[in-house]
Structures are given as structure tokens and as C-alpha cells.
Design a protein around this ligand. Structure first.
Ligand SMILES: Cc1ncc(COP(=O)(O)O)c(C=O)c1O
Length: 411
């Protein structure tokens, strides 16, 4: 163990895994800004600005676009615990670890969970989702957009319309894709979406942007029970079942984020600064430019890996733009390569979970790290590390192939 009285001095790392990644230095700077009281008019104005900025990031007009304090999972739980009434049928199409997580959270909310599964490395055709909705008639459909465990992105255009036709609410976990892949929330009729900062948004983990529309608002307001110590004298409890979490109760959070400013928890000041800066940077770059930056990095990384003689994991037509799965060659020990990259180059890449543990590496190119220099550094370092571990790729082929993609793209 180190000396706990030493200065905190983390080793320099380039985090090229499935997230978290290196935060944009502007976000770290924003977090160092002076604290304000949670009802200081300057601070409540920042809260309003955050709502407006995230409407832009989510491509929505939803009034209720706010932050849930906690990592991305807190955003998922806030949506699900507020939207799911005990006994509700909830349909979860599972294509990786995070689909299983939604089943587990939904069960804890008292849902009657129905799921469909597809092999890890594949996604669902729209018809299969539609057939399951017709069969199960769910109140809520919960889907992941990009499941980092498999590196696959589920096409979501059309799912919202099917849900509306069957009177189901659609919730989407966009933790891993928001601002890296297109997710027009209103155009795709997604009723509730949550995310995190530590992936394409280039921030630290610890804040979960959430947006919900009027359909969700109507359902959760029926369940509004304001805690006794803060309830105004005229507060009428809703006639629906109480939401089984206080901290993650969306109606109470709405009151806190509205002009009522009805106190709930203390907003996490520095995380709000971070979230504001993440959204400001994303919108200043422009979403189309940001999506294109992630797409070209994905093409360059995959071209480089292939040129090194490595096999990519999963259905490449539906891979996430910001994470690439690589099959670990049989001749090498996957963890030895990851350790070599970290120790010799300060580069972190990920392995995976469940059936893919030890079988694939996951390489992220997202947010602040999604840049030509990092793609090239990572490929060069991987080539050298693989060679030291018994897998020899054609010298320089990975970097050259990635360079060629960037050259074609105009550098
Ligand atoms: C798709 C997806 N959902 C949810 C999460 C959970 O996020 P957090 O660890 O920030 O709670 C992750 C994290 O990797 C993720 O990739």
C-alpha cells in the first residue's frame, strides 16, 4: 500500500477502453470552479442552462431534461423505478450485459419482466421486437442503445412508433452512445432516455443526464408523493402507487428542477459544472461533426486492427462507432497484453464480461480521446505488445491502414 498522506498523483494514462475515458481538460477545469449554494440564483440559472443544453444533446423539446446525481446506473434506475408500477409487464430485448441489468432493475421495481435474447455480437431486427411487443403487450419496453459489453448498437428508429401503436412507453439506456452516435430522441419517439458523462460526453462518471417526455410525465405524476417534511400545505398525493425510491423519484426531482425549486437532495455542484461543460463542448462542436469524428475513428481503428491480422468481434454492420471488439488471438494471453499496454505505454483497453470474458478486448475511441493521434498510438502500442506476447503482425500495417482512412477523410 502507498502512503495515504502522499499527494494524490495518478499515473498518466490514455484510457482507450469502453469507458471511463480521459475527461476533456475543460471539463476538469469546470469542476474546479468555486462552489455555490444550491438556491443561489447564479446556481439555479446554471441548472436551467443545463436543461437547455441537454435538450440540444438529446435532440428533444422535452421540458423534463435534467441531471440525476450518480453514475449512469442512477439514471437508469430513476427512469425505471419511476415508470414501472409493481405488476407492470416490462419487455427487455437483451443483446448484452446491460440488457440483463435492465431486467434486474425492473424486477426490483416489481415488474413482470419478459425478455427476448439474441446472441452477443448481434442485434434485433425490428420485426422481432415488434412480434415480442405484440405477444407480451408490455407497459414499458426497456432497451439499450449501445451495449458496451458486446460493442453492438441496436438500431432504434421505428421502435418508438411500434411502442406507441401498442400503448407502451419506450425507455432507452444511451449511456455509451449519447453525443457519439445519432439518437434523435423526439424524432425516434423515445419516451425516456438516460446517459452518463464518462463515455462520448468526455466527462467524469458521476452525473446522469435524463430526458422524459409528457407521456412519461403523465404516468409518473400519478405516483407523486412528496416527502412529508417538505410538502407544501396544498400538496395532494397522486392516486398511483408510491415510487419505491426516494432519491430517484422523478416527480420529486422535477419539482426540484422546476421553478418551484422544492428541495430534494443537494445538487452535486461540481458534477453539474462538469455536465454543463460536457454539453456545451458537444454542442459547440456540433452533433453532426461529433458523430462524424466518432465514425471515422471507428473506421480507422477497425482498418488498423484488420491490417494487423486481428479478427473483429460481432456484426460489423451494427457495431458502435465508439467501441470496437477484437477477438483475442489464441496464441496470446489476453490479460498479459492488457497489462503490457498499461505498464509499458500507459494505455488502458478493456476486456469484457460473462460469455465474452477473456475472449475479446474492447477498444474505445470516444469523447475527448476520439482523435487520430490516439488511434495511431493505440495501434502502434498494440502491435509492439502483441509481438512481445507471441503474435507478430505485419510491421507498421495497423498504423498505416488507420492513417490511410484518415487521409481519405481529409486528415
Ligand atoms: C450501456 C451502459 N449502460 C450502463 C452503464 C452503467 O454506467 P455506470 O457505471 O456509470 O453506472 C454502462 C457503463 O459501462 C454502460 O456502458
Amino acid at each position: 500500500m502507498g502512503d495515504p498522506f502522499d499527494d494524490l498523483n495518478p499515473p498518466p494514462r490514455l484510457m482507450m477502453g469502453p469507458g471511463p475515458i480521459n475527461a476533456d481538460p475543460r471539463v476538469e477545469r469546470a469542476m474546479a470552479m468555486p462552489l455555490l449554494g444550491q438556491f443561489d440564483p447564479a446556481f439555479t440559472e446554471y441548472m436551467n442552462e443545463v436543461m437547455a443544453l441537454y435538450r440540444g444533446v438529446f435532440q428533444t423539446e422535452n421540458r423534463w431534461t435534467l441531471l440525476v446525481d450518480g453514475t449512469a446506473r442512477a439514471g437508469i434506475e430513476a427512469c425505471l423505478v419511476s415508470m414501472i408500477e409493481p405488476g407492470d409487464v416490462v419487455l427487455v430485448p437483451i443483446f448484452g450485459r446491460f440488457g440483463h441489468l435492465m431486467c434486474e432493475i425492473s424486477r426490483r421495481c416489481g415488474a413482470d419482466v419478459r425478455s427476448i435474447e439474441t446472441d452477443w455480437g448481434t442485434v434485433f431486427p425490428l420485426e422481432r421486437i415488434e412480434a415480442a411487443i405484440k405477444q407480451h403487450q408490455p407497459k414499458v419496453v426497456a432497451m439499450v442503445h449501445g451495449d458496451t459489453s458486446t460493442t453492438m448498437a441496436q438500431p432504434l428508429d421505428g421502435v418508438g412508433a411500434i411502442c406507441r401503436a401498442h400503448d407502451a412507453l419506450l425507455y432507452c439506456d444511451a449511456t455509451a452512445t449519447l453525443s457519439g452516435m445519432d439518437l434523435p430522441v423526439d424524432a425516434w419517439q423515445i419516451d425516456a432516455v438516460s446517459a452518463g458523462l464518462q463515455k462520448c460526453l468526455a466527462g467524469p462518471p458521476g452525473s446522469a443526464p435524463v430526458t422524459v417526455n409528457a407521456r412519461v410525465e403523465a404516468k409518473v405524476l400519478r405516483r407523486k408523493h412528496i416527502e412529508q417534511g417538505i410538502a407544501p400545505p396544498d400538496a395532494e398525493p397522486g392516486d398511483g402507487p408510491i415510487i419505491r425510491s426516494n432519491y430517484l423519484d422523478l416527480p420529486m426531482l422535477m419539482d426540484y428542477w422546476s421553478e418551484k425549486r422544492l428541495n430534494h437532495h443537494t445538487e452535486a455542484t461540481s458534477m453539474l459544472y462538469a455536465a454543463r461543460e460536457c454539453a456545451r463542448i458537444a454542442l459547440k462542436e456540433g452533433l453532426p461533426a461529433r458523430f462524424a469524428r466518432h465514425a471515422v475513428a471507428s473506421r480507422a481503428m477497425t482498418a488498423g486492427l484488420r491490417a494487423m491480422g486481428l479478427a473483429l468481434f460481432g456484426d460489423q454492420a451494427n457495431k458502435m462507432a465508439n467501441v470496437t471488439g477484437v477477438v483475442i488471438p489464441e496464441v496470446v494471453e489476453g490479460e498479459a497484453v492488457r497489462s503490457g499496454l498499461l505498464e509499458d505505454f500507459g494505455i488502458e483497453i478493456g476486456t469484457s464480461f460473462g460469455p465474452l470474458a477473456g475472449k475479446i478486448w474492447r477498444i474505445g475511441t470516444m469523447g475527448y480521446n476520439c482523435r487520430k493521434q490516439n488511434v495511431l498510438l493505440c495501434l502502434g502500442a498494440l502491435e509492439a505488445t502483441l509481438r512481445r506476447n507471441g503474435f507478430t503482425a505485419p510491421a507498421g500495417a495497423g498504423v498505416d491502414a488507420a492513417m490511410a482512412v484518415y487521409d481519405e477523410d481529409g486528415g
